[in-house]
Design a protein around this ligand. Structure first.
Ligand SMILES: C[S@@+](CC[C@H](N)C(=O)[O-])C[C@H]1O[C@@H](n2cnc3c(N)ncnc32)[C@H](O)[C@@H]1O
Length: 262
């Protein structure tokens, strides 16, 4: 069977995520792949919505803990409902540094964000010192004050590194009272649909998936005091509305947690 004309290898995680969220910053190449993946896993768009809703709940919690500066690691496109907009809405004086390794995100980001309190940084989140010492990070964030580390929807694409050590490095460099909000999708609820989706991505893109178990996610949070209810499925972390709940709770879509550096 002939492959479609479109070069699927250039689909981007950030733009696929934007498409599932109903955004306009995506191309045909992204939509073709996203639609094919959603045929294999019809719950994918809802999973993206659940991530966005968790980000909002977690950031509201962090602001309630006195955190007003955020380092959004693997930010994706800063469109409606993203960390920059949420931060501005929750606390107008908040500062947000968005970090992503996709140059297209950075280009769009610079265009979409027009605020002295926000910066976009091209960087690999697996290089904490480079990210933390970047001039834009240092310009906006005061490391004598608590920082909110946001790792939402990004660790799913990060493997082949000592991830506990990477996160420990961020933890060691931020001050006490800093927080982390983290997600990682899991396949503990079932493998079959996931494996077919992973194959689709493998055949057509360079995007790699890294599901993690609850135990592995807990290991990433060493040295943080976890806020109640600890490491749980994404819809069980302090849900506030029916839209926060997973239509398929038996599946364990993603594990999430929020922690505080003591
Ligand atoms: C699903 S999207 C972003 C979701 C966003 N955090 C949110 O909650 O709305 C994941 C993003 O992580 C970025 N990413 C993946 N691996 C990365 C890495 N090692 N360093 C920086 N960014 C990365 C991708 O380019 C993509 O934009």
């Amino acid at each position: 069977m002939e492959r479609p004309e479109i070069d699927l290898r250039s689909a981007s995680v950030a733009r696929i995520f934007d498409y599932y969220l109903g955004g306009a910053h995506n191309f045909a190449v992204d939509r073709v792949l996203a639609d094919a993946a959603a045929k294999l896993m019809p719950e994918l768009p809802q999973m993206m919505q659940l991530h966005r809703r968790f980000l909002a709940r977690a950031m509201r919690y962090l602001v309630g803990q006195g955190v007003t500066q955020f380092l959004d690691l693997g930010s994706g496109l800063p469109t409606a409902g993203g960390s920059a907009e949420l931060a501005r809405r929750l606390e107008p004086s908040s500062r947000v540094v968005l970090v992503d390794n996709d140059p297209a995100v950075i280009a769009h980001g610079k265009h979409l964000l027009d605020s002295a309190n926000t910066a976009v940084v091209l960087g690999d989140i697996c290089e904490p010192d480079v990210v933390l010492d970047h001039p834009e990070t240092r310009r906006l964030l005061d490391f004598d004050q608590p920082v909110g580390l946001l790792l939402v929807g990004v660790l799913d694409f990060v493997g082949d590194v000592d991830l506990p050590a990477v996160i420990a490095r961020y933890r060691d460099r931020v001050t006490a009272g800093s927080h982390i909000a983290l997600t990682n999708f899991s396949v503990e609820g079932g493998l079959e649909d996931y494996q077919r989706t992973e194959q689709l991505y493998r055949d057509n893109t360079t995007i790699d998936f890294h599901p993690r178990s609850a135990a592995e996610v807990t290991e990433l949070l060493a040295g943080f005091d976890l806020a109640e209810p600890g490491v749980v499925d994404i819809s069980l972390w302090r849900p506030e509305a029916v839209e926060d709940l997973d239509e398929h709770p038996e599946r364990s879509a993603a594990y999430v947690a929020v922690g505080r550096k003591p």
